[in-house]
Design a protein around this ligand. Structure first.
Ligand code: GLU
Ligand code: ZN
Length: 298
């Protein structure tokens, strides 16, 4: 099978942080950025930033620039040019056409209400209908159906099998590329070897692992960190109230984020510079001390 994508060997650690510019970074997303940065740098890897701006209606004007400014202020400096998903359409279209050519995808016109009415799991209704492209979503044939995987932070993860094995959407009915497509294609395009991110993506990871197999590419290793924050971005635990993100004064949020990640920063670090805090954190990063989802009292 020949795809438009070529993948570099994943022998070198390449990590990434991939925010959507639908809002500014809050404490929870800062924790995810920090964890992916520290894990990459502790392993002498490279750390990339990718702006996932594929959903214009959900975008907040100016958010991309502000996210990058926050990362900079917090000492999280990226190693290569920032990749904007809005610039990747050609590659996504090539992959969609490859999938079609190899009969690995099909058009679907089912509505959310119809799927809900049959129990909420898509059963491949349109797979053999040969529907027209017009007003259709495109689903990929999920022949691998991976639903379990080894997570470098959470250990063995087991997802809802029926959901993980659905034929999932790679192109939306409203004409936008789906997150699963853009994310996996770009992780391949950028040669990402490790994905450290929030546990809200534990379940989508199963689909992404299946998609890597469909595209005949090697998947990265995944690690999911807890993101127990409220809507406003405050950590839920009483004793450790997270400070709001302030680019002028990043130190308190950095120390709080390290505590949240189970890294126990030295108390004198509270008075240190951003660079000193980051240098300490890279050297002392211990993945195994990051709390597991099961240990988080929600
Ligand atoms: N853009 C996604 C989000 O902000 C994260 C994607 C990822 O890390 O894979 O939720
Ligand atoms: Zn359908």
């Amino acid at each position: 099978m020949k795809f438009s994508l070529s993948q570099r060997p994943l022998s070198q650690y390449r990590g990434r942080f991939a925010p959507s510019p639908s809002g500014l970074l809050h404490f929870g997303s800062l924790v995810a950025a920090l964890a992916s940065y520290l894990d990459a740098k502790h392993h002498h890897g490279r750390w990339l930033v990718r702006i996932e701006d594929i959903d214009p209606p959900r975008e907040q004007a100016g958010a991309s620039q502000q996210i990058l400014a926050t990362l900079d202020a917090f000492g999280l400096h990226w190693d290569e040019q920032v990749l904007y998903q809005s610039q990747q359409s050609e590659l996504y279209l090539d992959v969609l056409s490859d999938l079609k050519k190899h009969q690995l995808s099909y058009c679907c016109q089912c509505t959310r209400a119809q799927i809900k009415a049959i129990g909420g799991i898509y059963q491949g209704h349109c797979r053999s209908l040969n529907l027209d492209r017009n007003k259709s979503a495109i689903r990929v044939i999920n022949k691998h159906g991976i639903y379990q995987y080894q997570d470098v932070i959470q250990g063995q993860v087991s997802c809802n099998q029926a959901l993980a094995q659905e034929d999932f959407i790679v192109f939306r009915k409203d004409g936008l590329f789906a997150y699963q497509l853009a994310c996996v294609v770009d992780d391949i395009f950028q040669g990402i070897s490790h994905v450290i991110r929030g546990f809200d993506l534990l379940e989508p990871t199963a689909r992404q692992l299946s998609f890597f197999q469909i595209l005949a590419c090697q998947a990265p290793q995944y690690g999911h960190i807890p993101l127990a924050v409220t809507e406003e971005g405050y950590k839920l635990s009483k004793q450790n109230k997270a400070p709001a993100i302030n680019n002028e004064k990043p130190q308190p949020a950095l120390i709080a984020a390290l505590n949240f990640l189970g890294q126990s920063p030295d108390s004198e670090l509270a008075l240190a510079s951003v660079n000193e805090i980051i240098t300490w954190a890279v050297q002392n990063w211990q993945r195994e001390n990051v709390p597991k989802v099961a240990e988080i009292a929600l």
